[in-house]
Design a protein around this ligand. Structure first.
Ligand code: TPP
Ligand code: MG
Length: 929
């Protein structure tokens, strides 16, 4: 490296400009430039001449003429060295407990900065820039920088663009040379937690040989880390912690942080079932928990571990949603009272895309949570895959760069450094409300699980690991050496904990059956789990008609003192006209459901891509003034005591659905709605649906009232944008785990949404929502329908004379209006069109009644516009095994809809004609276009 490269690169004008900036706002400059000019000022003060007081001139002229005094040049070079420690020091740390780190170039050797060993004893002023109290020798300075930047903690923060944040971090780590300062009591507490972590794993290892537990061994310092993070955060005002983590170390966290009795955990290892047979339960390392604990310093904190599926990283979106719900509802907008913590594996955090989707939520108005502390249990391996095959980025935590978040890479064997790092995380998060990452660099003592042989794939690494002391032994030795504790005290601590485990092991044998620890049970006490069948009961969703009319007028009226674009004014005028003429369209049905629920004391949250306006421009829940783009949200005016929040999300389905599912998980009194742009995009979030939405009640007794709106229906828009994948939801429906609806009237939609909040329990509701029906002249309801009606899962054909009906047609959704148009066109009297407005659970008694009523029918048909292998047909067939029911649909297909509009019309007409055909062609034959 050219020893003067830093100076050579300097462009004279640029330097002058920057110097002026430095003189006015020194903190607005990149730290390297700031240091440069500080060095320059220093040099000027000591060696400069008045008429040459421009840094660029000074450097350029003197460098050219070779007249810069050597001392000044050296000072600049030392400034460069300091900057290099700050920006690259993390590459040269002692953070890997079991193997040598990769070598990065250029190194921090002083020769790379134009310095040499003869400079080591020289005194440099710039040392004071690094927190040293006075100018110091280069040797002292390097030792100081090594401690701050290259010891057990590597700090990455120079990528952050905000100068204030960088300055804060620099000051924080410069105190006490970035080494933990702990009292004797604190050290004992840390050892106690480490002891518990190690002893717990050892115990399971010997008592339940070869059983899967996903041991934390090699990363046990996670336990004191969490303990100290929670204490520090609670001292800073946090009252509640929400933790998301995967398999690794979860049992240890449940026992040693969540105080779940090891007796219960041991009994689960013994295979004791949960008490309630109706729940299928889940493996022990997926269960959640909620507890109130007291920290060492006496603060009470509520801590929650979110139940999670095997799918790595999925839980992180829920953690954020849960925290946000608590901020909105319980902590009245104060983000400092709750702390989200996400624990990742090194493989998962680098590999799973949802990590990025969640990271992007950090400052978004509708999704922020005041900063998340991320801890990566980095055991340098992912199942059998080496880190070099697990990512292209330097660090597994490089996602931190996306949000300008600091990272601390810590040697997990140095538990004091680990504690120091998490304290930093709590402080930084509190100060700036941003994410922080802790990369806990350890190893994995055994295979991926305890039955695996790690030497198949990493024989050399595991030969090193097998000889490596565990972090407890390392810390004990340290405490003995620095005389914090005596051998006797240490042994007593070990024995006490071992005795406790023995006692619990014996007691676990007595347990007959276990009770499941329910996540956030306190929030659900008013919603006891109800038995199957309740969804089909009638719930009173009526609403006073006069009040409803007033609400309708209120939300259709724009403020007179604000100016909106013409189209908006017209749209709202039209809404008022609908109110006057008692012809309410789909949007009014939806908005009035929200307005009435708000006025009854519910909160509402709606989120998804472009939901404020609505993808199809029907909702306009938020409008903007013409000149200033000031927002006006009519529904916010309805009830000042309730929240109506509607947020356009970032372009993510997986994380946002996970977030909103999490939100609803703790918000029974908030109608929480997520809308897909088009129904087919829901498949990007399939993991949330499969692992949580349909299964959480079974696995963890967790209720959730989330509403999913999925625009659905063939309208000739091409192969996509037609399907909310109704068939998938129906395949996943069982034991009333979800409700699936496809309504055809604004009135029924109004009652469907209101019913969500009237149930004495909560169930996810999936609605296939319309597109063209939003403006269809027949898709209107009256105030009477809304105010005095109820949700009707099945709509019989009111125009049909039962005795005349020869063909009974069951259908659902938009196709009904196409069929109706044809029926009216040909004045048909032999066909009855019955709509399934709620497809799951089916209202079988009503259907039976209908089947009996049309006793002269010769044919029973299910008509759908989805291809035969999609839509509801398979589900219908399963439910009408004993009826001779036939299908009329497009033929089975790999894609949900035809590519061209023309083809769509042919197919759609074909189906309609088929339903009304009087010829003898059997209707069970698939139709081709
Ligand atoms: C989405 C997903 N893909 C694959 C798996 C299977 N799997 C379970 S653990 C694991 C390795 C995880 O590695 P890492 O994140 O480093 O965590 P560790 O087990 O090392 O603690 C894999 C691939 C999974 N659980 N989830
Ligand atoms: Mg790993």
């Amino acid at each position: 490296m050219d020893k003067f490269s830093f100076l050579n690169a300097a462009h004279a004008q640029l330097i002058d400009d920057l110097y002026q900036q430095y003189l006015t706002f020194p903190d607005s400059l990149e730290p390297s430039w700031k240091s440069f000019f500080q060095g320059f000022d220093f040099a000027l003060e000591n060696y400069g001449e008045e008429d040459n007081a421009q840094p660029a001139n000074y450097v350029a002229e003197n460098y050219k003429s070779g007249e810069i005094p050597d001392d000044i040049l050296k000072e600049f070079q030392v400034v460069n060295l300091i900057e290099a420690y700050r920006s690259r020091g993390h590459l040269f740390t002692k953070t890997n407990p079991v193997r040598e780190r990769r070598v990065y170039h250029p190194t921090l050797d002083i020769e790379n900065f134009g310095l040499n060993s003869s400079d080591l004893s020289k005194v440099f002023n710039s040392a004071t820039e690094t927190g040293m109290s006075k100018p110091s020798t280069l040797k002292e300075l390097i030792s100081h920088l090594q401690k701050i930047y290259c010891d057990s903690i590597g700090v990455e923060y120079m990528h952050i663009n905000n100068v204030e944040e960088k300055q804060y971090i620099r000051n924080w780590i410069q105190q006490n040379e970035n080494q933990a300062q702990l009292s004797k009591d604190e050290k004992i507490e840390i050892l106690k937690k480490l002891n518990q972590a190690v002893a717990f794993e050892n115990y399971l290892h010997t008592k339940f040989v070869g059983q899967k537990r996903f041991s934390l061994e090699g990363g046990e310092s996670l336990i004191p880390a969490l303990d100290q993070l929670i204490s520090r955060a609670s001292k800073l005002g946090v009252n509640e912690v929400v933790l998301g983590m995967a398999h690794r170390g979860r049992l240890n966290v449940l026992t040693n942080i969540f105080q779940k009795s090891s007796k219960q955990i041991f009994s689960e290892f013994e295979g004791k079932e949960f008490e309630e047979d109706v729940f299928s339960g889940d493996v022990k390392y997926h269960l959640g928990s909620s507890k109130r604990i007291k920290t060492e310093s006496g603060e009470e904190v509520r801590i929650n571990l979110v139940p999670n599926p095997s799918h790595l990283e999925t839980v992180s979106a829920l953690v954020e949603g849960i925290c946000r719900a608590k901020v909105d509802q319980e902590f009245k907008g104060d983000y400092n009272q709750i702390l989200p913590i996400i624990i990742h594996g090194d493989g998962a955090v680098a590999g799973q895309g949802i990590v990025y989707e969640v990271a992007q939520m950090m400052t978004l108005e509708g999704y922020k949570t005041g900063g998340t502390v991320h801890i990566v249990v980095n055991n340098q391996v992912s199942f059998t895959t080496n880190y070099l095959d697990a990512r292209s980025s330097t660090y597994c935590t490089d996602i931190a760069k996306v949000t300008d978040s600091p990272v601390m890479h810590v040697n997990a064997d140095d538990v004091e450094a680990v504690v120091h790092a998490v304290r930093f995380a709590a402080d930084f998060r509190k100060q700036f409300g941003k994410d922080v990452y802790i990369d806990l660099l350890g190893y994995r003592k055994y295979g991926h699980n305890e039955g695996d042989e790690p030497r198949f794939t990493q024989p050399y690494l595991y030969s090193l690991i097998s000889k490596h002391q565990n972090p407890r032994e390392i810390y004990k030795t340290k405490l003995l050496e620095d005389k914090t504790l005596s051998t006797e005290v240490l042994e007593k601590m070990d024995q006490e904990f071992k005795a406790l485990l023995d006692e619990n092991f014996d007691a676990s044998k007595q347990i007959e059956r276990n009770t499941m620890d329910i996540f956030m049970q306190e929030d659900w006490k008013d919603f006891p789990m109800d038995k199957a069948g309740d969804v089909l009961k009638v719930y009173d969703t009526k609403f006073d008609i006069e009040k409803l009319k007033n609400l309708a007028k209120e939300i259709a009226t724009l403020p007179g003192d604000k100016k909106f674009i013409k189209k908006i004014s017209r749209l709202f005028d039209n809404r008022l006209k609908q109110v006057e003429t008692d012809t309410l369209d789909w949007a009014q049905g939806e908005l009035l459901a929200y307005a009435s629920l708000l006025s009854e004391g519910n909160n509402i949250r709606i989120s998804g891509e472009d939901v404020q306006r609505g993808t199809f421009s029907h909702r306009h829940a938020v409008v903007k003034t013409e000149d200033a783009e000031e927002t006006y949200t009519p529904l916010k005016q309805v009830n000042e005591n309730q929240k109506f929040d509607i947020y356009n999300s970032h372009l993510s389905e997986y994380a946002v659905l996970g977030f909103d599912y999490g939100y609803a998980m703790v918000s029974p009194n908030t109608l929480t709605v997520w809308e897909a742009q088009f129904g087919d995009f829901v498949n990007g979030a399939q993991i949330i649906i499969d692992q949580y939405l349909v299964a959480a009640e079974d696995k963890w007794k967790s209720q959730n009232g989330l509403v999913m709106l999925l625009p659905h229906g063939s309208e000739g828009q091409g192969a996509e944008h037609s399907s909310g994948r109704l068939e998938r939801f129906l395949t996943l429906a069982a034991n009333e785990n979800i409700i699936v609806a496809n309504c055809t009237t604004p009135g029924n939609y109004f009652h469907l949404l209101r019913r969500q909040q009237k149930f004495p329990f909560r169930k996810p509701l999936i609605v296939m929502t319309p597109k063209s029906l939003l403006r269809h002249p027949k898709v209107i309801s009256s105030f009477e329908d809304l105010a005095n009606g109820e949700f009707q899962p099945i709509l019989d054909d009111v125009s049909a004379e039962a005795d005349k009906i020869e063909k009974l047609v069951f259908c659902s959704g938009k196709i009904y209006y196409d069929l109706l148009a044809k029926k009216e066109l040909i004045n048909d009297e032999k066909i009855a069109l019955v709509r399934f407005e709620q497809i799951y659970p089916l209202q079988m008694n009503k259907i039976e009644e209908i089947l009996n009523k049309y006793k002269n029918r010769k044919e029973l048909v299910w008509a759908q516009e989805e291809p035969e292998n999609m839509g509801a047909w398979s589900f219908i067939l399963r439910h009408f095994r004993d009826e001779n029911i036939q299908v009329i649909s497009p033929i089975a297909s790999g894609s949900p809809a035809p590519g061209s509009h023309k083809k769509f019309e042919i197919i759609q007409n074909n189906i309609i004609n088929r339903v009304f055909s009087t010829n003898d062609e059997p209707t069970n034959k698939p139709l081709t276009a």
